[in-house]
Design a protein around this ligand. Structure first.
Ligand code: ADP
Length: 624
């Protein structure tokens, strides 16, 4: 008999599992079934490749049984690869999975209390100690005769002894805690298998006794009963994505999604594709109805699982799809990748990159199609995912044209969202560019006098109110041959003024110099225009300068030392500017000019850089 101590990290993990008030204990069954399925995968694989197990024949099966009376015992048995003495020591005496190790080392004391974290990571075999006071594992490795039994109460040590087993494989025997007897009932087991393991590629059988009551009474007057012993396959056993689209119902997809992607809502839609040709693979992608909570965190969890010929490889690879598609959930199953593909290899693998490119094209193509085939659904989609898709505009140059047809913007002319295509179709004759205004809240942008100036001319203005818009749009020079132009840049000024208007304004241009000298280096320059309508002034930027909002954002992120000043555009016909024009008092000119600049900034949703000084200029101005 050999009695051994667990490695400290295992002991720590066990303590954590057993003593945390973990609310989602049931995942232990998923973990054990997935270990069983992995073990069968391994044996199947070895029976196919060269080696001493080549040609090994067996009938893959996972068998679950339980005792409902007396001591409650739950057994999970597989006929997979099995473990010998050394494997048992290495795999169940230490923490084999590097993911689990890393998980443990990053857990702070605070996080340890938040036991839900545990379920997200899945801690494998050891999670069975959450429901068991003792666990035995009887295993026999394929190709070897001797079986062994591993046994532990989950405290500090375990033992391994020789044992017997007819076939290769592993039986995990759980002696359930008194509080966890529900895991020895048909109902619970059946529903958990369906919930978590329905698409496991091998049949999962559940053995149970079914009691029938008959009309006839026994000698005590009770209905006669007979007990029938059953052994039934519970899972549908088919990796759903491998089945033909034609034999699948909408419900099948929805159930599959909800069971496997931790969502209680139906998906918004799904895309099931079998790619044939030089690379063969199947993809089944789901778009969640509601954007995943972690979508905008840097450490979001990838939602796509990679399989190779139904054998699960990883669900933790953020490079399976580009990050701007991080909201997509689903499965990629390849025919051509090697089974033992490692994460490092995956990132540089030619087949993988063909799969990735094909998947992206497929997804974007379907998104675009949806915009015409089902506009309502598309609107729901855009409400959730417009922002990440916009990231694609600068990250994925190769697919930019496709993305430009998918992303949507708000508009000065319509509530809701418009497409660039729609905008282009509505463009006025003679209109030279697609106009937009970026950097601020929707209501502020919409109220800008510049927007009013463009609308007056009959030009629609796109309202870009998301934080990344200004940066992203600056990387997009044109859409379908039409340049994109920011209306709050000097370059777009002339687009809404006729030559005569311009000339007329310039004749009154002396006031610009007066204001410029009063404001000193607070502005880059002061220009006059005839386009502002009722407004006295507006702030714009020189063609290649970042906006004030963007500069502030960059500063927050620790960059952009040099401050680039805005241009003050003034309307010489407004009464306010006329007062400055008429002022002969230097102090008064200064005060009114400061107020003019301050209010122009506020109008664009920008706080003047010195609000206290602005307030004091304002109260002085009231006295004039
Ligand atoms: P993980 O499955 O994440 O590697 P586990 O703690 O669940 O971590 O299992 C540790 C190791 O024990 C597995 O990697 C595998 O090598 C081995 N193992 C677990 N269950 C079985 C089984 N049913 N048959 C064969 N090997 C198993």
């Amino acid at each position: 008999m050999s009695n051994k101590k667990f490695k400290t990290e295992v002991a720590d993990l066990l303590q954590l599992l057993i003593h945390s008030l973990y609310s989602n204990k049931e995942i232990f069954l998923r973990e054990l079934i997935s270990n069983a399925s992995d073990a069968i995968d391994k044996l199947k694989y070895l029976s196919m490749v060269d080696g001493n197990l080549k040609g090994y024949s067996f009938d893959p099966k996972i068998q679950i049984s339980f005792t409902e009376e007396g001591e409650r015992i739950l057994k999970i048995s597989d006929n997979g690869i099995g473990m010998n003495e050394e494997d048992l020591n290495n795999n169940l005496g230490t923490i084999a999975s590097s993911g689990t190790k890393k998980f443990l080392s990053t857990l702070t004391d605070e996080a340890k209390k938040d036991s839900n974290l545990i379920g997200q990571f899945g801690v494998g075999f050891y999670s069975a100690f959450m429901v068991s006071k003792k666990i035995e594992v009887i295993s026999r490795k394929a190709g070897e005769d001797q079986a062994y039994i591993w046994s532990s109460t989950g405290e500090t040590s375990y033992s391994i002894e020789p044992s017997e087993r007819d076939e290769q494989g592993t039986t995990v025997i759980l002696h359930l805690n008194d509080d966890d007897t529900t895991y020895a009932t048909r109902w619970t087991l059946e529903s958990l298998i369906k919930k978590y393991s329905d698409h496991v590629a091998y049949p999962i059988y559940l053995e149970y006794d079914q009691t029938h009551y008959e009309d006839e009474k026994d000698e005590n007057g009770n209905p006669k009963k007979t007990v029938e012993h059953k052994n039934e396959q519970i899972n549908s056993c088919s990796a759903l994505w491998r089945r033909n689209k034609s034999e699948l119902k909408d419900e099948d997809y929805k159930e599959f999604y909800k069971n496997n992607y931790n969502d209680y809502e139906d998906p918004l839609f799904y895309i099931h594709t079998k790619a044939e040709g030089t690379t063969e693979y199947t993809t089944l992608f789901f778009i969640p109805k509601t954007a995943p909570m972690d979508m905008n965190y840097a450490d979001f969890k990838s939602g796509v699982k990679l399989y190779v010929k139904r054998v699960y490889i990883t669900d933790d690879d953020k490079t399976l799809l580009p990050t701007y598609l991080r909201f997509v959930r689903g499965v990629i199953d390849s025919e051509d990748l090697p089974l033992n593909v490692s994460r490092e290899i995956l990132q540089e693998n030619r087949i993988m990159s063909a799969i990735r490119n094909g998947s992206v094209k497929k997804l974007l193509g379907e998104f675009k199609k949806l915009s015409t085939s089902n506009p309502e659904l598309f609107t729901e989609f855009i409400k959730q995912y417009n922002r990440p898709l916009k990231e694609g505009l600068y990250m994925d140059y190769a697919n930019r044209d496709l993305l430009l047809d998918i992303v949507r913007y708000k508009s000065s002319e319509k509530d809701g969202y418009v497409s660039l295509k729609e905008y282009k179709e509505r463009m006025k004759e003679g209109q030279k560019a697609i106009y937009y205004i970026a950097g601020g809240k929707e209501n502020v942008l919409k109220a800008s006098p510049l927007v009013a100036a463009f609308r007056k001319k009959g030009y629609e203005v796109l309202i870009l109110d998301e934080d990344i818009d200004e940066f992203v749009i600056s990387t997009v020079p044109e859409y379908d041959g039409v340049p994109l132009k920011a209306i709050n840049r000097s370059d777009a000024m002339d687009d809404v003024q006729s030559q005569e208007e311009k000339k007329e304004a310039e004749e009154k241009g002396a006031v610009a110099e007066k204001i410029a000298s009063a404001l000193g280096d607070k502005v880059k320059k002061v220009v006059v225009s005839a386009r502002l309508g009722d407004a006295a002034a507006s702030v714009i930027m020189d063609e290649n300068d970042p906006s004030v909002q963007m500069q502030r954002l960059m500063k927050q992120m620790g960059g952009g030392d040099e401050e680039i000043k805005p241009i003050l555009e003034v309307n010489p016909s407004s009464p306010f500017v006329a007062r400055i024009q008429a002022s002969e008092d230097e102090e008064k000119t200064k005060v009114l000019s400061e107020v003019l600049l301050g209010q122009a900034l506020l109008q664009e949703g920008i706080m003047p850089s010195d609000p206290v000084a602005f307030a004091s200029f304002l109260s002085k101005a009231m006295a004039y």
